[in-house]
Design a protein around this ligand. Structure first.
Ligand code: ZN
Ligand code: ZN
Length: 147
């Protein structure tokens, strides 16, 4: 049976992933204020690295946060950029890094994983990381085509 972690390896210890694993991702997101609740629009999702378990995820998290000026942004609408401390307005497109804990939920007919936990490690201003929108998320350079 195929699973969501099949053929994926830990970025720290090189072990094959099991049914409970972690993944570090970089995303462009816009917080759209709705009438009753705020809606998060994720326009792009780049998987950076997978981790086999809590220990390896913690190790990577510590390594990343040690390079940041202000890791673990608060849940406020405006937060300081994790690198340069310039204010980042979350209602405008911005890039963030998150560590997500997954649990494989694959069925014989569907490969899927459930999100157990997620936390933001960093939020970047436009000067430090350019957000990509849905319309131009397709990067032609990835195809080796000259633009
Ligand atoms: Zn590992
Ligand atoms: Zn910045």
């Amino acid at each position: 049976m195929a699973t969501s972690y099949e053929g994926r390896y830990c970025g720290v210890c090189d072990h094959e992933l099991g049914c409970g694993y972690f993944a570090l991702s970089k995303r462009s997101q816009t917080l759209a204020e709705g009438p009753s609740s705020s809606v998060v629009v994720v326009s792009d999702d780049d998987l950076l690295t997978d981790f086999c378990g809590q220990k390896c995820a913690d190790y990577a998290e510590a390594a990343i946060s040690s390079t940041l000026t202000s890791p673990y942004p608060a849940a406020d609408v405006t937060v300081p950029c994790s690198l340069c401390l310039r204010p980042v307005d979350r209602t405008a497109p911005h890039v963030f890094i998150a560590m997500t804990q997954f649990e494989d939920a694959s069925e014989p007919w569907l490969v899927s994983a459930r999100v157990v936990d997620e936390r933001e490690l960093a939020v970047y201003c436009r000067g430090c990381a350019e957000p990509r929108s849905t319309s131009n998320a397709f990067d032609e350079s990835e195809l080796g085509v000259a633009v």
